[in-house]
Design a protein around this ligand. Structure first.
Ligand code: RIB
Ligand code: CA
Length: 322
């Protein structure tokens, strides 16, 4: 069966690391490019992390583009309080030999969309700045994208405010442009979904035991230990790997259920800035606010996700390049 041509737009980011692991291990995904975007940390840091992760997982031949260094309109805000000063909890990866190419992310997305002839799927795991610039620069691009998966937003409580989730809040203007640009399938995997995969450290230890006690096992243990300390610091005793659920869902359409809705992003309000306003739709009936433009993730098969995460790490443990 033909592999799915995929671009991963990302801001590593500890959960982005695991998302790239799941994608790298998948037999169903043909990763054409990774497009770094400023988000969890400044652009230079996330780009360096992408370069090092590509080498670690031996994602040879996968392009790394040059992405957006700041949001479209908002001031830049990062998430060092969760992911650390370097974006990966201080966990040292071998320094990549191969660096990102100078081609901009929006141009790489358009090139790969043309090459994929309508089959391109994109996982957006950070702020939607690169995607927004791409659809603004290339008005025919939305019709060339088969599916866009977005880790972002929520149909419930936020994480940076009671209403807003970090990826959308960091660049809400970009998110609203992307939700309304006409891509035929936009799957929004928000916190209401990813919080169904909150696990505590012992549970993660069980899932990650598949990575063995070699180099990969040591790296993932350090990453989750760091995330655990940050979660504790935020008053939690468990956490979730938001982004990894998205790349798992790209090659497994039974993992998540969705409902179609009309979604807009709040870009004015002081208190609800960055909120994804989910006008729940029921089927394709035109709503008074607008026709459904986003499939909102609703339920997760947690055991299925855990086994995918475990199987991915098992597969990669013999492949990592140190
Ligand atoms: O709110 C969670 C999202 O913000 C994840 O993508 C995480 O990596 C951060 O980017
Ligand atoms: Ca991310």
């Amino acid at each position: 069966m033909h592999k799915i041509p995929v671009i991963i737009d990302t801001d590593p980011g500890i959960d982005d690391f695991f998302a790239l692991a799941v994608a790298a291990a998948s037999d169903k995904l043909d990763i054409r490019a990774i497009t770094p975007v400023a988000g969890n940390q400044t652009y230079e840091k996330v780009c360096r992390n992408v370069e090092n992760i590509r080498q670690l997982f031996r994602m040879d031949g996968v392009r790394i583009a040059t992405g957006a260094k700041c949001p479209l309109v908002s001031a830049q805000r990062t998430a060092g309080n969760v992911h650390g000063e370097d974006g990966l909890g201080g966990v040292i990866l071998p320094k990549a030999q191969q660096k990102a190419e100078s081609t901009y992310a929006w141009d790489v997305i358009y090139e790969e969309a043309k090459r994929a002839q309508g089959r391109l799927q994109i996982a957006a795991l950070g702020p939607l700045t690169n995607i927004a610039i791409a659809v603004l620069k290339y008005p025919d691009l939305p019709s060339m994208i088969d599916k866009l998966f977005v880790m972002g937003g929520t149909n419930g409580f936020g994480n940076v405010s009671p209403y807003a989730e970090f990826n959308i809040w960091a660049d809400p203007h970009a998110a609203d442009i992307v939700f309304c640009c006409g891509i035929k399938t936009v799957n929004m995997v928000g916190l209401n979904l990813t919080r169904q995969a909150i696990l505590d450290i012992p549970e993660y230890r069980r899932v990650f035991s598949a990575a063995g006690d070699g180099p990969l096992g040591k790296i993932v243990t350090q990453l989750i230990d760091y995330l655990g300390t940050r979660a504790h610091g935020l008053g939690n005793t468990a956490m979730t790997l938001h982004d990894a659920i998205v790349t798992a869902a790209m090659s497994d359409d039974k993992l998540i259920t969705y409902f179609p809705s009309y979604v807009r992003v709040e870009c004015q309000s002081e208190n609800a800035f960055g909120q994804t306003v989910v006008f729940a739709g029921n089927g394709n009936r035109v709503l008074e606010q607008g026709e459904p433009n986003v499939n909102v993730a609703d339920t997760l098969d947690l055991e299925r996700f855990k086994s995918t995460l475990s199987a991915s790490l098992e597969k990669l443990k013999g492949r990592v390049a140190l």
